[in-house]
Design a protein around this ligand. Structure first.
Ligand code: C2E
Ligand code: CA
Ligand code: CA
Length: 586
């Protein structure tokens, strides 16, 4: 820079804004200097030169013009006092004096400056004095690096390390650190603190029904409501739809209970999202240190157990930890561990329940899974299917059921139907139809003998893969039944979304058929619907002759239930599988 010595001191050296080739007004056409000027004009750093005598701006490059946000004409020939606001001008004046006093280059570390157009920038600055041959200061050359964008990015990264990007609440890492600090403090001072887990009810349904954008909006909205309910507490989002609150002050049970009531109350107004009204409710589990857990891990386990209980009690409930609660959770955990190994250990088996024409002829069997647990003995699906669905284990388990049931049915002498239950999770996997095709090939079972039973929850999830799988399966010749008809919210509308081959009326209607006029009316209506749609109807859970007589009189097509036959190992039905026609009654 010291070679850079324009001769006419107070005149602007570089004043062009309109042209890319700057004028050198003060110097004759010296090629090296023109070249240097062009470089200075175009380098990305902010460069300006001031007259050392009156501190007026003599040269301002393009980056400087952009940085200051004002045309260079408004600065050239003027001083910082003319251009900058008071504080910034004073700072510049002081820095310029320092460099002239020091007679040496000076650098300033990152600092904030407010530019003439009002934006705050973070910059590093280098100032150097330039002297004339007699040693008198002639210019001050300043080079500024604007590191605002880099610094903001770094700040953002640092922020995100401890915050959840979606809700801007603390994240799990922040939660872990905070709870450690709070518990260290409580341990040292003998105080108490509370941990409250908040879990959204039916978040998955919102995601499935309204889409992920709505799901995100819901999470942000809930974060906002939690902030309002627990203003003094430390709130984090520690998982998908799980929030955690650490209450370090006023952690006695009454205050905590009050806060939890407020949380529920704040969830009351529905979220309005693109014309839809989305109901919000949360389940809450709370535990207090040191009574419910004397260290962080046991306290978290206690809060988890309380939340688990709250979830089990239904929607919108708070549970405080009570001794014994963790037992249920530990059991579930143990069951999950066992379930993971059960397929490989060959602990599952199938029971078969006959499906018959209303006159009594068996037309097929429904395969129902049983788990022969090494310690607990035979476990019914109600105990583990939901857990298998939640954990995704239903996929390998369901594959086993499919293979085993098809293998079994293929071995029968009579070509009876075989029905298997398929859960929504299995159908969401885009290769489910492939699995069915492979199993049919492998076992040699005629596709027309296979029926898969799905509940309306399958269609509620509405992923593209689900319908594609169902259509593909149907194209193979396999039939698809709607199971548990009438128990869901909108069984009727789901009948429209897929061409089912069969409807199974839920056993709850059949159970009260002869005692409850409404049930009888519903069963009659469904039978009428079946005739209208040309869909055969199966009544489930037929236990008495009276029920059978009603169904027979109302021309129900098929029946299933203890009266016809209980779910049993297939050996119990060997005679039906091979018997001559006249003995085929169950
Ligand atoms: P579901 O598909 O509705 O199966 C019929 C259930 O009703 C069976 O219970 C059966 O034992 C019971 N049942 C049959 N007849 C009668 C009767 O006359 N009275 C009464 N009270 N109950 C009767 P189970 O075997 O305990 O199965 C329960 C549920 O577990 C099934 O309901 C089905 O949703 C699910 N499930 C069973 N096996 C599988 C499977 O392999 N995969 C999947 N995803 N789910 C399965
Ligand atoms: Ca079924
Ligand atoms: Ca059913």
């Amino acid at each position: 820079m010291s070679q850079f010595m324009p001769s006419a001191a107070s005149q602007p050296i570089l004043s062009s804004t309109a042209s890319d080739a700057p004028n050198i007004e003060s110097h004759s056409a010296a090629a090296p200097l023109a070249c240097l000027t062009t470089i200075i004009e175009h380098i990305p750093a902010v460069v300006y030169v001031k007259n050392a005598a009156d501190r007026s701006y003599m040269l301002i490059n393009k980056a400087a013009e952009r940085y200051y946000g004002v045309p260079r004409e408004r600065m050239l020939g003027r001083t910082a006092d003319d251009v900058f606001a008071g504080a910034a001008a004073a700072y510049i004046r002081e820095q310029d004096s320092r460099v002239l006093d020091a007679r040496a280059e000076l650098s300033a570390d990152e600092h904030e400056i407010v530019t003439p157009d009002g934006k705050t920038c973070i910059v590093t600055t280098m100032r150097a004095p330039v002297f004339d041959p007699s040693g008198a200061p002639q210019y001050i050359v300043t080079v500024i690096n604007d590191v605002t964008a880099r610094r903001r990015a770094e700040d953002k990264v640092a922020f995100l390390a401890y915050h959840d990007a979606l809700t801007e609440l603390g994240n799990r890492a922040a939660f872990n650190e905070h709870i450690k600090a709070v518990s260290d403090m409580a341990a040292a001072a003998g105080g108490a603190f509370g941990v409250v887990f908040v879990d959204l009810d039916r978040f998955k349904d919102v995601n499935d029904t309204f889409g992920h954008v709505a799901g995100d909006a819901l999470l942000r909205d809930v974060a906002h409501r939690l902030r309002a309910a627990a203003a003094d507490a430390f709130i984090c989002r520690i998982g998908g739809d799980e929030f955690a609150i650490i209450v370090a002050r006023q952690a006695e049970p009454a205050a905590l209970a009050h806060m939890c009531r407020d949380i529920h109350a704040r969830m009351e107004p529905d979220l309005q999202f693109e014309g839809a009204s989305i109901e919000i409710s949360v389940s809450v589990g709370a535990a207090i240190y040191p009574n419910d857990g004397g260290d962080v891990q046991s306290l978290l386990n206690a809060a988890d157990a309380a939340l688990y209980r709250a979830k089990a009690d239904g929607r919108g409930v708070t549970c405080f930890f009570e001794p014994g609660m963790d037992l249920a959770m530990r059991e579930r955990h143990a069951l999950h561990q066992d379930l993971r190994l059960a397929v490989a250990r060959g602990e599952f088996l199938l029971h078969y329940q006959p499906l018959a024409e209303v006159g009594g002829d068996v037309v097929g069997f429904e395969a129902l899974i049983r788990w022969n647990h090494p310690e607990r003995g035979m476990i019914a699906p109600d105990t583990f299917v939901a857990l298998a669905e939640e954990t995704g284990l239903i996929v390998p388990i369901g594959r086993w059921v499919l293979r085993e049931a098809c293998r079994e049915a293929a071995s029968w002498e009579r070509p009876l139907k075989i029905a298997i239950n398929v859960s929504a999770i299995q159908l969401k996997h885009d290769n489910f139809a492939n699995t069915v095709r492979t199993v049919l090939d492998l076992t040699g079972l005629d596709p027309r003998r296979l029926e898969i039973e799905v509940t309306e929850s399958v269609l509620m999830t509405d992923t593209p893969a689900t319908l594609a799988n169902l259509h593909e399966i149907k194209a193979l010749g396999v039939s698809v039944s709607m199971d548990d008809f009438g128990t869901g919210y909108s069984s009727l509308s789901y009948l429209q979304s897929f061409p089912f081959d069969k409807i199974k009326i839920d056993r709850s209607f059949v159970a009260s058929l002869t005692s409850n006029d409404q049930s009888a009316a519903i069963v009659r209506a469904v039978l009428g619907l079946g005739r209208g749609l040309n869909l055969p109807i199966t009544a489930e859970g037929v236990e008495t002759g009276e029920q059978l007589a009603f169904l027979s009189a109302e021309s129900c097509d098929h029946v299933q239930g203890y009266l016809i036959g209980r779910p049993q190992p297939i050996d119990a039905y060997r005679d039906i599988l091979s018997a001559p026609a006249q003995h085929r009654r169950a």
